[in-house]
Design a protein around this ligand. Structure first.
Ligand code: NAD
Length: 299
């Protein structure tokens, strides 16, 4: 039986992109991928996808192109130029950028793509690596309603809470707010962990009961073991959260919104990077609190 589902090109098979692309394959989609690491291309092929040798090769026959790369410069690098998506995708293609980038980059991309007859949605996600693997991501979308409706079956294979937030860039604005809330929440949990340990309280018991009350959160549920075991393999890298704190700080300035606590946490994230922890999971904010509290974090 021939496959009538849209053909997907996936650019950016990292911590998030690999499991997300694999979930589309499991849902029956034909996925052709391109990314910088050969091992990730091999992983896609082993999962039943096709590995392409370039962006052009990946997108030329696609109905839908999905991108999941680190930040605005990478989105611009893969979209524009002679080797980019806009030069090689067919008119009528739907381009869904799921990276977390500045809202303005999404707006500009939608405008430039429209000149080529390519439609764009910004569709950043929340839920982390576990959410990607389990296909339970929250997906915050900006763009046209008709394009959102067309993309909805694809989003349904990747996530659980899927919302059209408004015009181009709106998904990114909501994601920026998400990153503000997550960073402040992790910082508060990290401060509680150091406080509880220094007070001699059983940390496992304390976090369990805290998570059942008003202080409970998805952050605490997902990151509790990182705190308890001091395991900080990413996950979501501090480097990426630093990028996101820059996005939300800048976007808030542009609209005249004050983020006093967010600004402090942005500084703490930045400081963790300068201490050499940029490649660790964002739960490593705990290491910053330990240092401020006169402790030496485990190596
Ligand atoms: P990652 O660094 O693990 O993966 C990024 C991938 O992009 C890499 O595989 C790399 O090969 C690819 N890439 C970069 N430049 C490329 C290019 N020019 N051509 C082709 N491929 C290119 O990052 P990640 O953790 O998967 O995050 C991706 C995006 O998702 C980021 O914007 C991040 O902020 C966001 N995000 C991440 C998480 C998380 O928990 N990791 C959660 C939500 C959102």
């Amino acid at each position: 039986m021939s496959n009538t589902l849209p053909k997907i090109a996936w650019i950016g098979l990292g911590i998030m992109g690999s499991p997300m692309a694999e979930n589309l394959i499991k849902a029956g989609y034909q996925v052709t991928g391109f990314t910088l690491e050969q091992a990730k291309l091999d992983r896609l092929a082993a999962a039943g996808g096709a590995a392409a040798g370039s962006i052009a090769e990946a997108v030329k026959d696609a109905d839908v192109v999905i991108t999941m790369v680190p930040a605005s410069p990478q989105v611009e690098a893969i979209a524009y130029g002679d080797e980019g998506i806009l030069a090689h995708a067919r008119p009528g293609t739907l381009l869904i950028d799921m990276s977390s980038i500045t809202p303005q980059t999404s707006v500009d991309l939608a405008e430039n793509a429209a000149d080529k007859g390519i439609r764009v949605l910004d569709a950043p996600v929340s839920g982390g690596e576990a959410g990607a693997v389990e296909a339970v991501l929250s997906i915050m979308v900006g763009g046209e309603r008709a394009d959102f409706d067309e993309a909805k079956p694809i989003f349904d294979a990747l996530g659980k809470t899927i919302v059209l937030c408004g015009p181009h860039g709106s998904g990114q604005t909501v994601k920026a707010a998400n990153q503000l809330i997550v960073a402040v929440n992790i910082q508060a949990c990290a401060e509680a962990v150091v406080f509880l340990e220094k007070s001699g309280v059983d940390l496992t018991a304390a976090l369990d009961v805290l998570n059942g009350g008003l202080a409970g959160s998805t952050v605490l549920t997902r990151k509790k073991d990182n705190f308890l075991k001091r395991e900080f393999a990413p996950g979501f890298r501090i480097d990426l959260h630093h990028k996101d704190m820059g996005i939300v700080t800048d976007a808030a300035r542009n609209v005249g919104a004050a983020l006093p606590v967010g600004a402090v946490v942005a500084q703490l994230v930045a400081s963790l990077r300068t201490q050499g922890d940029g490649g660790l999971d964002h739960s490593a904010l705990l290491r910053g609190v330990e240092r401020l509290s006169g402790e030496t974090p485990a190596a």
